[in-house]
Unconditional design. Structure first.
Length: 187
């Protein structure tokens, strides 16, 4: 990785992370990290064809985070990607906010060629999981690009290629929602 850009709307989040979560905030000391305090939607509009990966770990879709859940933002992310790039954007829980998940997937499907909803286990989040909308114009995001090498694999606590594939396997009700299948079907 040559460069990591982080855009955070609240400078206090960065300061508190450094003070109270130093083992997680150690990345701020990496010379490749460039941090911008500002609005993420505005930030991404100013970066065309620059990124291989865009990860959006946003707040909920209300208040300052609301623009990050709209079509204009998804189109701006698409323009900010280099050929072959992918996005992964916080997309709420299928158990709590299925309407938002459905809307985000509809947006992703209208903007990107490949897209999907991945369920990620997060014990501290209500329902124990959160979702991520992944999308790309270049490839199926459900398949890992490569296997982690031995050194990297030893450092990973959560990710495995099998977990990558499995996160896109969702319950039938979510499959109906994300694939546009008729509601009410039983298997």
């Amino acid at each position: 990785m040559k460069r990591i850009d982080q855009c955070e709307i609240d400078a206090e989040v960065i300061a508190c992370s450094k003070e109270f979560l130093p083992s997680m905030a150690c990345g701020y000391n990496d010379r490749r990290v460039r941090t911008t305090v500002g609005d993420g939607a505005e930030f991404i509009r100013n970066h065309e064809a620059e990124y291989d990966v865009i990860i959006v770990d946003s707040t909920d879709p209300a208040g300052p985070g609301e623009p990050l859940f709209g079509e204009a933002f998804y189109r701006a992310m698409q323009r900010a990607l280099r050929p072959g790039g992918v996005i992964a954007s916080q997309s709420e829980s299928i158990f709590l906010l299925s309407g938002i998940v459905r809307r985000l997937l509809k947006i992703a499907g209208s903007v990107f060629r490949y897209y999907g909803y991945g369920a990620i286990m997060v014990p501290t989040y209500p329902t124990g999981m959160i979702g991520v909308c992944c999308a790309s114009d270049a490839r199926d995001i459900r398949e890992p690009v490569r296997e982690p090498d031995g050194k990297l694999e030893k450092q990973l606590r959560y990710y495995t290629p099998a977990m990558h594939r499995a996160c896109f396997t969702v319950p039938r009700f979510a499959l109906q929602m994300t694939k546009g299948l008729p509601d009410g079907g039983n298997d």
